[in-house]
Design a protein. Structure first.
Length: 546
């Protein structure tokens, strides 16, 4: 296989009437409200929402009373075989035709799920399945169909979500109509492997993995071409602990290479966030940043009373670019929505001490704290070492001062045994155990409302912070905005063994008590916010597949 095809994405506009018809197919509903949000047509009817991309590049639909709703009792969800049968009945009316003249095909569908774990001091832990999702991946078939190349990037697949008694409660995905452009010369895998090792040579790394895929961006984004990439990952060692670095993409064809190394840039202007945010992205390159002022949110007059901080650390400039773009996207959206940006610390300025011994001056002096970088079930990597649930001598405990929500965009830290069922494990992988996200992380809550993260290895994406902030600023629950971000920007499946795969998981942990239940939290200014939880004798964790 010395060449691979490149395709042009063809614009196929979606109309308001198309969206109305889709809502009828999905839920049998007529619109109560219709509005345009950016490039999304948003239809609402009661607890149902259907969103369609005006450029034809994605869809999102949910029965919000049932999908990802931990407030309801555990539903009687179908088993995998029943869900697969139910999904097959919807395929013809919901999934787009891929075109007989193009080398695309739907792969074998597979079932994943949403699970919830509840723990309290009296009864211990109990686990419940809350819905089941059937994923239809799209592949590029080359060499007369002998090689099937998967998609990464969030596009190139569709999800159907089933709840109580196999009732359809969600549908999402992205596919762009394509036209063949040309064949392009393939870069040999061993050359891509060598190039990646050079990129990360300043890190202490092992377990390098390089695999071939096609890139399809997430729903509701522009993309001009559908092209092959190499998905590159490695394990990074810090303080004697191993952390998975987020996967990065290298071009898989020689077109566009003029020498040197080139990480795939997003298919649009990658500087727009930096221009909008101003000089925030260069804060870490100037003088030593100052901690945010200790200003509380209770009754103090301020034109921007709510505070956000972002930290990103890759350990190598080539690894850091997407981490930076993701953080800048989040900062730009929240700053435009009236929040004050008090921290934007990158690389050597993103210090471990700011989350541990100096937390009161840094992470606990903002309302929303966002980290983007290397992570694992034990924690995440910052300048000076790793932040872990058992870091000594300074064990983390957040929320006593100000921070309500912490978002960790990395390959962890919410891995849990419940996610690694025997049926998910295929050779050469083996069963793993000893992962309990609730037990590990409940100790960091000292007024903190919610810890958001992932529970598998993920791909680096510039869209993560932006997408979460956009949905939260629209008034979606913090929990829902984070889960939706994860599902939209990450492929569901990867080629890793537990605890890093083979399913990518996004999730959250929060305390619950009478009068203080952060599951209903919105970011400040966009809806209600729970009182600070103080008892710490009951916790909930929730995960769903990406």
């Amino acid at each position: 296989m010395d060449t691979l095809p490149i395709f042009r994405a063809v614009r196929v506009p979606t109309t308001t009437q198309d969206t109305i018809e889709l809502a009828k197919k999905l839920f049998g509903i007529d619109p109560v409200s219709l509005e345009r949000r950016g490039r999304r047509i948003v239809l609402r009817s009661g607890q149902h929402v259907v969103e369609a991309d005006v450029e034809g590049a994605g869809v999102w639909a949910a029965d919000e009373a049932r999908m990802w709703n931990p407030r309801i009792p555990p539903p009687d969800i179908p088993d995998a075989d029943t869900a697969l049968s139910a999904a097959a009945n919807h395929v013809e009316k919901l999934l787009p035709q891929l075109g007989a003249d193009q080398p695309f095909a739907y792969g074998a569908p597979f079932a994943t799920r949403t699970v919830i774990a509840r723990w309290n001091a009296q009864d211990g832990r109990q686990d419940y399945p809350y819905d089941i999702t059937v994923n239809y991946p799209i592949t590029v078939n080359v060499k007369d169909g002998k090689d099937r190349i998967p998609f990464v990037g969030g596009g190139g697949s569709f999800n159907l979500v089933f709840g109580e008694r196999a009732r359809l409660i969600g549908f999402s995905g992205a596919w762009r109509r394509t036209a063949f452009v040309r064949e392009a010369e393939l870069v040999p895998l061993h050359e891509a492997d060598k190039e990646f090792r050079i990129l990360i040579r300043e890190l202490e790394f092992s377990a390098v993995s390089v695999s071939l895929a096609y890139y399809a961006g997430p729903a509701f984004t522009d993309q001009k071409f559908i092209f092959p990439v190499y998905v590159c990952s490695a394990t990074v060692r810090v303080d004697g602990n191993d952390f998975k670095m987020q996967e990065i993409l290298l071009p898989a064809t020689k077109e566009g290479r003029s020498g040197g190394h080139h990480i795939i840039d997003p298919p649009h202007d990658p500087t727009r966030f930096a221009r909008a945010v101003g000089d925030l992205s260069s804060t870490a390159d100037q003088q030593e940043p100052k901690p945010p002022a200790r200003v509380r949110d209770d009754g103090i007059a301020d034109d921007k009373p709510y505070k956000c901080g972002a930290w990103w650390y890759g350990g190598k400039p080539a690894v850091t670019e997407n981490l930076k773009l993701s953080a800048e996207g989040l900062l730009h959206v929240l700053n435009s929505a009236g929040w004050h940006i008090t921290v934007a610390n990158a690389e050597d300025k993103a210090k471990k001490s700011q989350w541990l011994e100096d937390a009161d001056k840094w992470v606990d002096a903002v309302d929303f704290a966002y980290f983007n970088g290397h992570a694992s079930p034990k924690g995440w990597v910052m300048a000076g070492g790793n932040v872990s649930f058992d870091t000594k001598p300074h064990r983390p405990a957040w929320g006593s001062q100000d921070v309500e929500w912490i978002g960790i965009n990395g390959c962890g830290p919410l891995q849990d045994d419940i996610l690694f069922r025997d049926t998910d494990i295929v050779a050469p992988c083996t069963k793993v155990s000893g992962y309990d996200a609730l037990d590990k992380w409940k100790g960091v809550f000292d007024g903190l409302h919610m810890l958001l993260g992932f529970a598998s290895q993920i791909m680096s994406s510039e869209f993560a912070g932006l997408r979460f902030a956009e949905y939260a600023a629209e008034g979606q629950f913090v929990l829902t905005a984070w889960l939706r971000m994860g599902r939209e920007i990450q492929a569901t499946h990867n080629d890793k063994c537990p605890p890093d795969g083979p399913i990518r998981w996004v999730g959250a942990v929060w305390p619950e008590e009478t009068g203080a239940n952060p599951v209903d939290d919105h970011l400040w200014g966009f809806g209600s916010v729970s009182a600070d939880p103080v008892l710490r004798n009951a916790f909930v964790a929730m995960w769903t597949s990406c």
